[in-house]
Design a protein around this ligand. Structure first.
Ligand code: GDG
Length: 472
């Protein structure tokens, strides 16, 4: 039988809604889903993951059949499992620690128990679909134990793992009570990828300090197996954002937006609600500018989209309240009868609205405290087909390693961020064009398709390397 490729991630690339007793499925439009579409939609290949909703046991066969038509295999999770494995261990321990927000971590033993149990559940389902000789690509921090669990069940598979969020330095990672199990869980992989070389470095040093593994260059040796660790900076579906220039709906949005904001320079920010995204610090920088440079009052506006996320986790609820309060204070203090400084939206928008905002905003302000990559910054650049606009980007985002022509700031330095906004507001058209062209050529070249190809090519190379080691 021909070997196949299996993608595994926490979530399947699908939205399911229940309507009039029917489950309606629609494919996810996210960049990752698009990029990996070239893999999982082909032949016998599949994608395994949680379908995103709680399906009662008596209807799971029906949903499984519907998903199978899209080459998707569900891992059904109970509300209790989601609570312990996803909201608990993944989002209350791994997320804050990996983003250096260590005081936010809640090292709850029951979360760890749930994490192990759910990783095992994924492994069992994967096992029933994998044949020796197949290639498996596991995604992200929710499934750190999976490479080893699969390796134990099927020793002859090739396993790649990619982490979408940062990998912290050893001194931070060692705080996690279950650190050895997590690291050795990953050692089941043949290839481990991160967005940046810094993440790779942190992983290599952590691996060698927490286990009997050692490494030379970017190859870890553990119990006679070799694991290649490399940086694969993720790109976006650049064409999709470029093509919106001819989209009628986008054009209509742009027209009404430009009319509403005539004479005002617009600064755009788009994030999920998350303490790693630096939303409060960014608001402070904007307020500082209004305070120190009153001449801009009435002439600039911050459009801030915050997409609801994880609002059952206490720290996220608290952050939401702080943002509400700060936006309220700024608007109350500075607004006039016909001008609003901060246009704040706590909801998500259709991609056409996002595209219209990307295309009209004079400045895009992306200032995470820590971010694996940050795709919003790349989407802004891809949308600027007329080569104008300025990107302000945190040096803590993986994207800052590639988008050198952005105005790079330390998000903790409120004064520096304010000065970058000032510089952007006053940047000549010629300078905007030079910078934007350079960034656009990068985003267009290193897009999501090349990212998928580079990872899969490397995995194939590693497969050959492992095979030749076995025959020695
Ligand atoms: C994780 C890592 C890494 C946002 N608002 C709306 C909307 N979005 C889309 C954006 C963008 C995506 O969500 C956000 O991606 P980011 O990369 O900025 O951030 P995370 O969600 O934290 O992603 C990150 C990424 O994984 C990939 O590896 O870059 O570092 O944290 O694509 O466009 N989309 C729509 N409406 C919205 O209102 N349709």
């Amino acid at each position: 039988m021909k070997s196949k490729t299996i993608i595994i991630s926490n979530r399947l690339p699908v939205k399911i809604v229940e309507q009039d007793g029917q489950y309606l499925l629609s494919a996810s439009e996210g960049g990752l889903a698009t990029g990996l579409g070239s893999i999982y939609k082909k032949g016998e290949n599949i994608w395994i993951g949680w379908p995103g909703i709680d399906v009662p046991p008596e209807r799971q066969d029906e949903v499984t059949r519907q998903l199978a038509q899209l080459n998707l295999i569900p891992v059904f999770l109970t509300a209790e499992e989601i609570n312990g494995y996803y909201e608990g261990f993944s989002n209350e321990i791994l997320w804050p620690v990996f983003h250096y927000m260590i005081t936010y971590a809640n090292y709850e033993q029951t979360y760890w128990d749930a994490y192990k149990k759910v990783n095992d559940k994924f492994a069992d389902i994967a096992d029933s679909h994998i044949q020796n000789g197949d290639t498996v690509w596991v995604h992200d921090y929710q499934l750190l134990l999976l490479p080893c669990l699969i390796r134990t069940r099927k020793p002859q598979v090739t396993i790649g793992f990619f982490q979408h969020i940062p990998f912290p330095s050893y001194e931070i990672f060692r705080l996690i009570p279950w650190r050895e199990e997590l690291i050795t869980g990953l050692f089941g992989a043949d290839l481990i990828g991160f967005h940046t070389f810094d993440d790779v470095r942190h992983f290599l040093s952590t691996a060698s300090r927490l286990s009997s593994a050692n490494y030379a260059d970017n190859i870890v040796t553990y119990q006679e197996r070799q694991i290649v660790v490399e940086a694969f900076p993720m790109g976006i579906d650049d064409e999709k954002f470029e093509k919106f220039k001819d989209n009628e709906l986008v054009k209509t949005h742009i027209k009404s937006f430009e009319e509403a904001q005539a004479g005002v320079q617009v600064i755009l920010t788009i994030d999920r609600l998350d303490y790693s995204k630096g939303i409060l610090q960014r608001l402070q920088a904007f307020e500082l500018l209004l305070q120190n440079y009153p001449k801009y009052q009435g002439h600039i506006a911050l459009y801030m989209i915050v997409v609801p996320s994880r609002d059952s986790v206490p720290q996220y609820r608290e952050l939401k309240e702080q943002i509400d309060q700060l936006v309220g204070n700024i608007n109350a203090r500075y607004r006039t009868l016909n001008w609003l400084p901060v246009h704040y939206f706590y909801r998500s928008f259709p991609i056409e609205v996002l595209s219209a905002l990307y295309r009209t905003a004079d400045i895009c302000l992306v200032t995470p405290m820590r971010d694996g990559m940050n795709l919003v910054s790349k989407e802004y650049v891809a949308s600027r087909t007329n080569d104008t606009g300025v990107l302000i980007l945190s040096e803590m985002a993986g994207a800052s390693k590639e988008l050198n022509d952005a105005l790079i700031v330390n998000p903790n330095n409120i004064g520096e961020t304010m000065r970058a906004i000032l510089q952007a507001l006053n940047m000549s058209l010629a300078e905007q064009q030079v910078r934007m062209r350079n960034m656009r050529s990068n985003v267009t070249k290193f897009n999501i398709h090349l990212w998928v190809k580079n990872f899969m090519d490397k995995l194939e190379e590693v497969k050959t390397m492992q095979a030749s080691l076995l025959t020695k």
